[in-house]
Design a protein around this ligand. Structure first.
Ligand code: PGA
Length: 250
């Protein structure tokens, strides 16, 4: 099923113990009586089951932050897509820059993980974004093309795919591209997706990188921006909800 706009997803990254995660989930569930858009949280794997249970019936989507490309086997420390699903996840973030750049994940690995996640019945949130040097060199769109082509498996159902444009240099830095740069990148992605995926123009395109309540309305007002992938600001229920509202969500 297509997701209602705005699509605002919170990536909690490696933050929170059980009490924090449950308090945050509870505060969001209290606000989200009847969601007009799509709100989602991506807790650390240790909290996935508890958060999914806490949010049952709230309409808030819950997902994992990564999965292994294999269905099972001798992969110490890794988590399969089916395990995420079993714990209550409906989606998974793949190709986040902290994994691409911090852990050396390639486009091919992201595509393999995407296939595994789709096989397990999850939606995939595929992240793409240029480095600061690529941005300075004016190679943003070229970079996005390569990542998009390399990371998205052929034949993916548009309803199961979300793409997040996250400039590496904007993540956790308080810096963002200008809104017209964001819009241009999204328009470009929309155009490319139409050639890669059947009904690709319907895929939600999220912007991520230092989104806060203070800049969310400007960013989310852009025509080709369907929502946001939020890191730091998603750890505060009021701030996260304010971002969702800034995008027209109620
Ligand atoms: P940030 O992170 O909002 O803290 O910049 C965004 C992300 O990594 O998805």
């Amino acid at each position: 099923m297509a997701l209602a706009r705005p699509v605002v997803l919170g990536n909690w990254k490696m933050n929170g113990l059980r009490a924090d995660g449950l308090a945050l989930a509870g505060a969001l569930a209290d606000k989200a009586a009847k969601l007009s858009g799509t709100l989602g949280v991506f807790p650390p794997a240790t909290l996935l089951g508890a958060v999914a249970r806490r949010l049952e019936g709230s309409g808030i989507l819950v997902g994992g932050q990564d999965c292994h490309e294999r269905a099972s086997g001798a992969h110490t420390g890794s988590i399969s897509a089916a395990m995420l699903k079993d714990a209550g996840a409906q989606a998974v973030i793949l190709g986040h820059s902290e994994r691409r750049h911090g852990l050396g994940e390639t486009d091919a690995l992201v595509a393999a993980k995407a296939l595994a996640a789709l096989d397990a019945g999850l939606r995939i949130v595929v992240c793409v974004g240029e480095t600061e040097q690529e941005w300075l060199d004016g190679r943003t769109l070229e970079r996005l093309d390569t990542q998009l082509r390399g990371s998205i498996p052929a034949g993916v159902d548009a309803d199961r795919l979300i793409v997040a444009y996250e400039p590496v240099w904007a993540i956790g830095t308080g810096r963002t591209p200008g809104v017209d740069e964001i819009e241009a990148a999204h328009r470009h992605l929309r155009d490319r997706l139409a050639g890669l995926v059947t009904d690709g123009q319907t895929v939600p395109l999220l912007y991520g990188g230092s989104v806060k309540s203070g800049n969310a309305s400007d960013i989310l007002a852009q025509r080709s921006v369907d929502g946001a992938l939020v890191g730091g600001a998603s750890l505060d229920a009021r701030e996260f909800w304010a971002i969702y509202q800034a995008g027209g969500g109620a």
